[in-house]
Design a protein. Structure first.
Length: 178
């Protein structure tokens, strides 16, 4: 699932917001949100959650969101701030090449971020446009602890389960003569 840049957030500096998330500048990130909401005659405590979700999922032209960049760089405090306002669908938003925040955290070996994203519903089975899942990208980078964490969360989809489950009458279910 990819999300386009939300142009309805006029006056919101998406570039700065994503940069703050990328570098773990949580106070600056909060200040940007507060400033934007104030300019709209709102404050965070009384703002519709959908407005906050729109801010938190706003994307750069390449589809990267604050969530992608915080996960990529291991900025766990930023993730802890953003995630409570997001839905499972938001957590699984892909960028322009289909990579999710979980792909980025896995790629860079950010185990704590991987575990947090998984606990918030991140899907370890999503493949990007190159056909790579978070497990694949972590494995390619040699991040074995991340691979293990991802595999623990993995539940095969029906097609994969059907392929690995012996069918009645197949050779694997017939008795073996001794």
């Amino acid at each position: 699932m990819t999300v386009p840049n939300d142009t309805s957030l006029s006056g919101f500096d998406i570039d700065e917001f994503v940069t703050c998330a990328r570098y773990g500048e949580l106070d600056d990130l909060k200040a940007l949100i507060s400033s934007y909401l104030t300019s709209q005659g709102q404050d965070q405590s009384s703002t519709n959650p959908a407005t906050l979700r729109a801010l938190y999922t706003s994307a750069l032209p390449n589809g990267n969101t604050a969530l992608h960049m915080a996960a990529a760089n291991g900025e766990i405090e930023v993730l802890q701030y953003l995630l409570p306002q997001l839905t499972v669908g938001d957590v699984n938003i892909g960028n322009s090449d289909g990579s999710t925040a979980l792909h980025w955290a896995a790629l860079n070996g950010k185990l704590d971020c991987v575990e947090l994203l998984l606990s918030c519903g991140a899907d370890a089975t999503i493949k990007n446009e190159q056909g790579r899942s978070p497990v694949t990208v972590a494995e390619q980078q040699g991040h074995l602890e991340v691979v293990n964490a991802l595999l623990k969360s993995y539940e095969p989809d029906e097609e994969e389960a059907d392929e690995s489950t012996p069918q009645e009458g197949s050779a694997s279910t017939e008795p073996v003569d001794s």
